[in-house]
Design a protein around this ligand. Structure first.
Ligand code: TYD
Length: 140
């Protein structure tokens, strides 16, 4: 079954708080429902700039706002959902085949992404019309 926006879940991550600061550890297969193959982070996003604007055929991700805030707009071709991320101990799980846009980055915002596979451009669907065509075939 193709995932829907209702399969995108906000995951409450561990937070070890001490007088000297906080730590959030994340384990693949435990806090996220996949093994972590890649970690990357988005930063220096100019004011007013959006990121994303694509879907992945197979990739699963956990998106965390480790600094500042941004919105993730999720779309499964039928329904939309906007999720505001502004805490480093919450991650948004995005399964395969969800169209996503990242918007409203606060100045200095940093978006950490844990991904289930190495970078592979052939896994991307970057054209929204192509995405709609693809999900139609997927559900036939
Ligand atoms: P992209 O995933 O389109 O960025 P975003 O979704 O944040 O807008 O990636 C932007 C560029 O960076 C694209 O040319 C591919 C490259 N890239 C890598 O080489 N390796 C990676 O792990 C990622 C995420 C991107």
């Amino acid at each position: 079954m193709r995932p829907t926006v209702n399969d995108c879940k906000l995951i409450n991550l561990p937070k070890i708080s001490e007088r000297k600061g906080a730590i959030t550890p994340i384990y693949g297969g435990e806090h996220v429902p996949f093994e972590i193959a890649r970690v990357y982070y988005l930063y220096d996003v100019p004011s007013g700039e959006n990121r994303g604007g694509h879907a992945h055929k197979e990739l699963q991700q956990l998106v965390v706002s480790v600094m500042g805030a941004f919105d993730v707009v999720l779309n499964d071709g039928h329904e939309h959902k906007r999720v505001h991320l502004d805490r480093p101990n919450y991650g948004l799980y995005i399964p395969r085949m969800i169209w996503r846009e990242l918007e409203n980055f606060s100045s200095g915002g940093i978006c950490l992404v844990l991904a289930s596979a190495p970078y592979d451009e052939t896994d991307y669907i970057r054209d929204y019309r192509e995405y709609l065509k693809y999900i139609q075939q997927d559900s036939e």
